[in-house]
Design a protein around this ligand. Structure first.
Ligand code: NAD
Length: 296
């Protein structure tokens, strides 16, 4: 394994999960974040899910925490021994630009850099780094301990040896590496999922069919355990609104305005999806949990 010391830059929703998963897998982890207090809270909050979902003992969980050897606001300190830096800072080009310029100056020449960015492709950020051959993207899905894929995407400049080292690292932290051969917005998952969710929302606002009927068709016909509106309830209305507003900005198709208005009605009523107890379904006993949901 080429990497031992891993630095996670930005330990928010995703970075905290990446840090914990990496530490639990036996790597020495340093966290760089400008808000140390919230990082500690986030890490502690992950423990019950890991315990429940992966059946880890308290001893194993503690060993993971012990591998998080440094949590710091000082970038020079955070990367002085780093073999690999995974950046999970907010999805802002300005923040990432400033970070990569500072990181390039601070990190030893050996250090490989990866971004967890969901919406940028690596060639949009590579000009900010001093080592394009050692720069690529490693994209995780939220709740990485259960949704354990790592989508790996380089630029034409990424060194194939470095790419392979990152694939090996993904396996070492119990992710299934998804190797992309070229740049693709949305990687593989969102390139598939976003059009599906967008089509489902269009069928709904055009009143072609109601959400439950659309989900039933998808589930029965493809044997999928989830329909698109069940997924939308997990994703939440806030993220769906962002997605639809981006589509409108790109296409000026009025259907996205109609979806936007309907989703805003849901938000105004406090129906944000699963987390709020209501979205397209009612929780904690959603209609699809009825054993007869898929019957006529
Ligand atoms: P977040 O806002 O939850 O976390 C960002 C973290 O960075 C916070 O802990 C914050 O304190 C810290 N931070 C902000 N600015 C900083 C700065 N200038 N210097 C140091 N620390 C700073 O964000 P997130 O949802 O975890 O997303 C992070 C990245 O991961 C984004 O690129 C996003 O596209 C990607 N991602 C997110 C998800 C998701 O479901 N949230 C899934 C996959 C990928």
């Amino acid at each position: 394994m080429a990497f031992s010391n891993i630095t996670i830059a930005g330990a928010g929703v995703l970075g905290s999960q990446i840090a914990y998963q990496t530490a639990l897998s036996g790597f020495k982890v340093t966290i760089y974040d400008h808000n140390i207090e919230s990082v500690k809270e986030r890490l502690t909050a992950l423990e019950p899910s890991y315990k429940h979902d992966l059946k880890l003992s308290d001893k194993e969980l503690q060993a993971g925490m012990d591998n998080i050897v440094n949590v710091t606001t000082d970038l020079n300190d955070a990367v002085k021994d780093a073999d690999y830096v995974i950046e999970a800072l907010p999805e802002s080009l300005a923040i990432k630009e400033e970070f990569y310029k500072e990181l390039s100056a601070a990190a030893p020449k050996k250090t490989v850099f990866a971004s967890n960015s969901s919406t940028f492709v690596p060639s949009q950020l590579v000009d900010y780094v001093d080592r394009p051959a050692k720069y690529l993207h490693m994209h995780f899905a939220n709740m990485i301990w259960r949704h354990n894929v790592a989508e790996i995407m380089g630029t034409v400049q990424t060194d194939p040896t470095v790419y392979q080292e990152v694939v090996d690292f993904a396996k070492a932290i119990k992710m299934v590496p998804i190797e992309l051969h070229k740049e693709q917005h949305g990687y593989v998952l969102n390139a598939l999922l976003v059009p599906l969710l967008s089509s489902a929302l269009q069928l709904w606002v055009k009143n072609v069919a109601d959400p439950q009927t659309i989900d039933k068709d998808w589930m029965i016909s493809t044997e999928s355990p989830l329909g698109p509106f069940m997924i939308l309830d997990q994703v939440g209305v806030r993220t769906s609104l962002q997605m639809v507003e981006n589509f409108y900005a790109m296409t000026h198709n009025e259907v996205y305005k109609e979806i936007d208005a309907k989703l805003k009605e849901m938000a105004a009523a406090g129906h944000f999806g699963q987390e709020s107890g209501q979205g397209f379904y009612h929780y904690p006993h959603p209609e699809f949990a009825d054993p007869n949901f898929l019957e006529a």
